[in-house]
Design a protein around this ligand. Structure first.
Ligand SMILES: [Zn+2]
Length: 241
């Protein structure tokens, strides 16, 4: 009985913390995003939302000029998106919840571990027949002048372009009014998007090679605004299909 009591108590504490975190993100977004911040009703027909924070473990992804790694930014944003989805009653599954690779145990060598990690992420993308899959990344380029979010999608499913377009527009409206980037189709070089059997999107939230954008993307409050934007994009897409 005592154990159960504690478990319940911890559950209540967890729900309370998530609630406070979500309300904080929504209030913060409403003060920073220069348009009405509303979340229309979440559709009754629930789709599973699959969230993927790119890289993890030994694979840091790209990094800022002062060495902050993409994998941490991706995870922070993803965890806030997850909180928001759950707060609004959407079922969510994440490919990773901490700074780790999800390769099979016993796989040796970085290359093999990376392949196993990607196979396992794809297995999560394809685990449900009615899901929406979002992979969160940060971009980099040799020339530091480039900045701005950009959405990548596979043309294998017609809904993917719609998902990319909704998300690109929301990033422009909410965060980057000068962003002129267009959504871009990908091939099998983007493994998860290409081989996913569900509507999927790879979000490059911005360029870590651009010092100003890197400073924003490593800021916890900006990460919350990005997360809120991703969540509203998911909600809008789910309501439109
Ligand atoms: Zn990446």
């Amino acid at each position: 009985m005592k154990r159960r009591f504690f478990r319940t108590k911890w559950n209540v504490a967890f729900v309370a913390v998530t609630f406070v975190a979500c309300v904080a993100v929504i209030i913060y977004a409403s003060t920073k995003i220069d348009r009405a911040v509303t979340v229309d009703s979440v559709p009754a027909a629930q789709k599973m939302i699959i969230l993927d924070a790119g890289h993890g473990g030994l694979d840091g992804g790209c990094s800022t000029p002062d060495g902050k790694t993409e994998k941490v930014i991706n995870l922070n944003i993803m965890l806030s998106v997850k909180d928001l989805c759950e707060f609004f009653g959407m079922p969510v599954e994440a490919t990773r919840l901490k700074d780790t690779s999800i390769h099979d145990k016993g796989v040796k060598g970085i290359r093999n571990q990376k392949m196993s990690d990607m196979d396992n992420r794809l297995a999560v993308f394809n685990k449900y027949s009615d899901a929406v899959c979002i992979s969160i990344h940060q971009n980099t380029f040799t020339d530091p002048q480039y900045s701005g979010a950009q959405m990548f999608y596979s043309e294998n499913l017609p809904e993917n372009e719609q998902l990319a377009s909704i998300m690109q527009n929301l990033f422009v409206q909410n965060l980057q009014p000068d962003n002129q980037r267009e959504t871009k189709p990908c091939g099998n070089e983007l493994f998860l998007c290409h081989y996913s059997e569900n509507p999927s999107l790879m979000i490059e939230c911005g360029f870590l090679s651009n010092p100003e954008e890197a400073a924003r993307l490593t800021d916890k409050n900006y990460q919350k605004l990005v997360a809120f934007t991703v969540f509203t994009g998911i909600n809008e897409f789910v309501g439109s299909v």
